[in-house]
Write a protein that binds this ligand. Structure first.
Ligand code: SAM
Length: 227
């Protein structure tokens, strides 16, 4: 079933302008641009910041976390190229907005978030909009979600000191993963692919700053040292 479009005409113009901004950054693929029209971002962020939902910026969603910048999410989608048969693992559900975009492209999205309140809120929004192909779990996504592996796509929205081996193990042949890796303050966005059984890594963007991936294969709770 097509997820329900929940329209609020106050935001139509702002959403169109956001899509133009995304296009201006080199995302020309019509299917990707249409996703940003189909998913109302203002429903995924807290009401108090709904007026900022169509800025091309990270927006605070509580608990010290942010919904990522939309043009960055468009870039993720462009690089990952989800297709209708793909099983997708997302680490860092956050607001659930990228979850919704991915669910429109892939077969099923499995998304892990360590902060229960965020996961519950994302579930509520996704249910309200009628998404049936999304499974959410509260836990440490740095160890992945082994039960449904292997995944054709893995997307990580938080920065790690290294590529978690558990996530590599759960990547299917031909699969691709995007993950920011580096120091606490600045990271490279890595595209990791399994090609003929071998793992290939390529830096696709440097100078990124993501919130830390906290967990067994990420940073410890203080965020200063790798666990
Ligand atoms: N795509 C999300 C959005 O647009 O709302 C971005 C969310 S934010 C940039 C990154 C998220 O990763 C945060 O919600 C944070 O709690 C979560 N996170 C950090 N470490 C995690 C871990 N080990 N497992 C699961 N989620 C984690």
């Amino acid at each position: 079933m097509e997820p329900e479009a929940v329209e609020d005409y106050r935001f139509v113009g702002a959403r169109r302008r956001l899509i133009e901004l995304i296009r201006a950054q080199g995302i020309e693929d019509l299917e990707i641009l249409q996703l940003f029209d189909r998913v109302p971002r203002h429903l995924f962020v807290p009401e108090g910041v709904a007026h900022r939902a169509y800025e091309d910026s990270a927006v605070p969603i509580g608990f010290g976390q942010t919904a990522s910048q939309p043009s960055l999410q468009a870039y993720y989608i462009k690089l990952l190229q989800p297709s209708p048969d793909d099983r997708i693992l997302e680490i860092g559900t956050g607001s659930g907005y990228l979850t919704a975009l991915l669910a429109l492209m892939g077969d099923r999205v499995y998304s892990v978030e360590r902060i229960r309140e965020l996961s519950v809120r994302a579930r509520r929004t996704l249910d309200r909009m009628g998404y049936k192909n999304v499974a959410l779990m509260v836990g440490d996504g740095s160890i992945g979600w082994r039960r449904f592996a292997p995944y054709q796509i893995i997307t990580v929205a938080a920065a790690s000191p290294q590529v978690p081996s558990a996530l590599v193990d759960q990547l299917d042949e031909g699969g691709r993963m995007l993950i920011p890796v580096g120091r606490r303050q600045v990271q490279d966005l890595l595209l990791v692919r399994r090609v003929n059984g071998r793992i290939e890594e390529q830096s696709v963007r440097d100078g990124c700053t993501f919130v830390p991936l906290l967990g067994r294969y990420g940073w410890n709770e203080g965020g200063e040292t790798a666990t």
